[in-house]
Design a protein around this ligand. Structure first.
Ligand code: ATP
Ligand code: MG
Length: 219
């Protein structure tokens, strides 16, 4: 089978991640997309905000619920405290030799991949599907793809998904201020964040204005 790997911190998962999975599935004829939440980063203690791996996994579970070709991989969440992509991909290749792997990522990751540990080992293990993000346009992407392809014999394709200026950071910051995050992530995830009181920094306990209005509507 052709398997897309959608790795991330997912703190929280949002529609940017889900659309990457959905468009990769369709455009590249993939059979499944495995969402792969990263374990707790070693520097977790120094992070001002952010949820533990159990909570991030639960949000991914809620987000992909009901989509038969979206699956959750707990490999990095449970196996390793510190997980590196090259190790995970080596493990997947060895454990599932019958599958072809497609590693899905956004522009920021494509442009920083040379800083990843033993990144050269990633290239022979998969095809990379890279999506545009923020200020990187198609020309920037194509240049970077050509550079990595020529230098490392990497297999990289441009993944054309809707451009969304959404990040987990923005969502955490908005949630902390009590601003709406509706439609930036699946309803079930937004509800879970609200109920658990995630990403609050004590500044505001109030729901956003849009939420207050929505609660009052009866028709
Ligand atoms: P944070 O703001 O916490 O870094 P994030 O939104 O960047 O969160 P990550 O979990 O860091 O989400 O990202 C996982 C992968 O998804 C990365 O390869 C990233 O480039 C990609 N990605 C996330 N959001 C988008 C988006 N809106 N468009 C394209 N790619 C995205
Ligand atoms: Mg990120």
């Amino acid at each position: 089978m052709k398997i897309g790997i959608m790795g991330g911190t997912f703190d929280p998962i949002h529609i940017g991640h889900l659309l990457l999975g959905e468009f990769a599935y369709e455009d590249f004829g993939l059979d499944e997309i495995w969402f792969l939440p990263n374990g707790n980063p070693p520097h977790k203690d120094s992070r001002a905000v952010g949820e533990d791996i159990e909570e991030r996994v639960e949000m991914v579970r809620l987000a992909i619920h009901g989509v038969p070709y979206f699956r959750l991989s707990l490999y990095e969440a449970t196996e390793h405290k510190e997980s590196y992509t090259y190790q995970t991909m080596a493990y997947f290749k060895e454990t599932y030799p019958e599958h072809d792997f497609y590693f899905i990522l956004g522009a920021d990751s494509l442009f920083s991949i040379e800083k990843w540990k033993y990144f050269r080992e990633i290239f022979p293990s998969c095809t990379i599907l890279a999506a545009m993000r923020d200020d990187k346009d198609q020309e920037d992407m194509e240049r970077q793809i050509q550079y990595l392809t020529e230098k490392y014999e990497a297999k990289i394709a441009l993944l054309k998904a809707p451009l969304l200026e959404i990040s987990s950071t923005t969502i955490r910051e908005r949630a902390a201020k009590g601003l709406t995050v509706r439609y930036m992530l699946p309803d079930l995830v937004a509800k879970y964040i609200r109920e658990k009181g995630f990403y609050k920094n004590g500044e505001s306990e109030n729901p956003g204005k849009a939420e207050k209005i929505a609660e009052k509507r009866t028709i």
